[in-house]
Design a binder for this molecule. Structure first.
Ligand SMILES: Nc1nc2c(c(=O)[nH]1)N[C@@H](CN(C=O)c1ccc(C(=O)N[C@@H](CCC(=O)O)C(=O)O)cc1)CN2
Length: 291
C-alpha cells in the first residue's frame, strides 16, 4: 500500500482562488483587507514563514504590512510595535510571529493584541471563544494550523466524525487548540492529546484512525506505530542541515516509510505549512467581511 497524498499545496491553491473572489467583492465595496506581521529577530525559519504569508496576501489581493524588529528588541519595543499595529487603520488583522526571542513573555504579547485584529486566533478572548464553541466563520478567527489541518482532511474526504485522533504535541499553535477544534459538535472526533510525559505514545498512535504529529522530532513516528489505512498528518518540521545549493534541508516528524502503511499522508514540506498560511489569509478576509 502507498498512502494517498494529502496535498497541502493543491488545497491551499484552491482556498486562495476562492479568497481572491471574496477580496474582489470587498474591494468593490471599498474595503481593503490588510495583514500585518510582526517578526522579532532573525530566525531563518520564521523569516521564511513570514515571507510566505506576504506572498500569499499578494496572490489574493490582500495588502500586507511588515514590521521587523532586531533580536535585541526589548519587551517594551515589542509592546510598542503591537500598540502601533492595534492603531494602524490599514492593518485589519495581524500576527506576531512565534517563537519570540528568549526573555520576552509570549503570553503577555499575545494578550496585548486587539482581539478584533487577532488574525491568528491566539488571543485569550479568541481561544476562549474556541472553548465556548463559537469561534469560526461568523464570529472570531480559529488558530490557523488546526483550522488548516481540518480543512486539509475535509478537502480530501477524510471523515472525522466518530474517529479516534491521536495528536502528538500540546503546543499553543497546534496540539492544544486542535484538540478543542476536533472535539467540537459538528466535527465530533474523539481526541487523545499526547506529550513528552505520555508514558507510551506509540500505543496511543496505534489505536488512532488519524494521527497528527506536531512535536518537532525528526522521523519520530514509525511505520509500526500506524494502524493500516490511518490518515497521518505531519506538522512538525526541523531544519537538519543545508543542501549543496545552500537551501535548508527539512525533516518532518513522520518517518517516510509510514507511507507504506497509512491510507493518507501529508508531505512535509508541502502539506500543513501552505494550509496554515492559506487559513491565515482566510481569517483576514473573514474579519474584513465581518467589519
Ligand atoms: N504567529 C504564529 N507563529 C507561528 C505559527 C502560527 O500559526 N502563528 N505556526 C508555526 C509556523 N508557521 C506559521 O507561522 C508556519 C510554518 C510553516 C509554513 C510553511 O509554509 N512551510 C512550508 C515550508 C517553508 C520552508 O521551506 O521553510 C511547507 O510546509 O511547505 C508556514 C507557516 C510557528 N509559529
Amino acid at each position: 500500500m502507498t498512502a494517498q497524498k494529502l496535498d497541502g499545496l493543491a488545497a491551499a491553491a484552491a482556498i486562495k482562488a476562492e479568497l481572491r473572489t471574496r477580496v474582489d467583492v470587498l474591494r468593490e465595496r471599498g474595503v481593503v483587507p490588510g495583514l500585518g506581521t510582526l517578526l522579532v529577530g532573525d530566525d531563518p525559519a520564521s523569516r521564511s514563514y513570514v515571507s510566505g504569508k506576504h506572498r500569499d496576501c499578494a496572490e489574493v489581493g490582500v495588502e500586507s504590512i511588515r514590521v521587523d524588529l532586531p533580536a535585541t528588541a526589548s519587551r517594551e519595543d515589542v509592546l510598542a510595535a503591537v500598540r502601533d499595529l492595534n492603531a494602524a487603520p490599514e492593518v485589519t488583522g495581524y500576527i506576531v510571529q512565534l517563537p519570540l526571542p528568549g526573555g520576552i513573555d509570549e503570553n503577555e504579547i499575545l494578550e496585548a493584541i486587539d482581539p478584533d485584529k487577532d488574525a491568528d486566533g491566539l488571543h485569550p478572548t479568541n481561544l476562549g471563544r474556541l472553548v465556548l464553541g463559537v469561534a469560526g466563520e461568523l464570529t472570531s478567527p480559529l488558530p490557523c494550523t488546526p483550522a488548516g489541518i481540518v480543512e486539509l482532511l475535509r478537502r480530501n474526504d477524510v471523515a472525522l466524525a466518530g474517529t479516534h485522533v491521536t495528536v502528538i504535541g500540546r503546543g499553543l499553535t497546534v496540539g492544544r487548540p486542535l484538540g478543542l477544534l476536533l472535539t467540537r459538535k459538528g466535527i465530533d472526533a474523539t481526541v487523545t492529546l499526547t506529550h513528552s510525559r505520555t508514558p507510551d505514545i506509540a500505543a496511543e498512535v496505534r489505536r488512532a484512525d488519524i494521527v497528527v504529529a506536531a512535536v518537532g522530532v525528526p522521523h519520530l513516528v514509525k511505520p509500526e506505530w500506524i494502524k493500516p489505512g490511518a490518515a497521518v498528518v505531519d506538522v512538525g518540521v526541523t531544519r537538519v542541515g543545508t543542501t549543496e545549493s545552500g537551501k535548508a534541508k527539512l525533516s518532518g516528524d513522520v518517518d517516510p516509510a509510514v507511507a507504506e502503511v497509512a491510507g493518507w499522508l501529508s508531505p512535509n514540506p508541502g502539506g500543513v505549512g501552505p494550509m496554515t498560511r492559506a487559513l491565515l489569509v482566510s481569517n483576514v478576509v473573514q474579519s474584513a467581511e465581518r467589519a
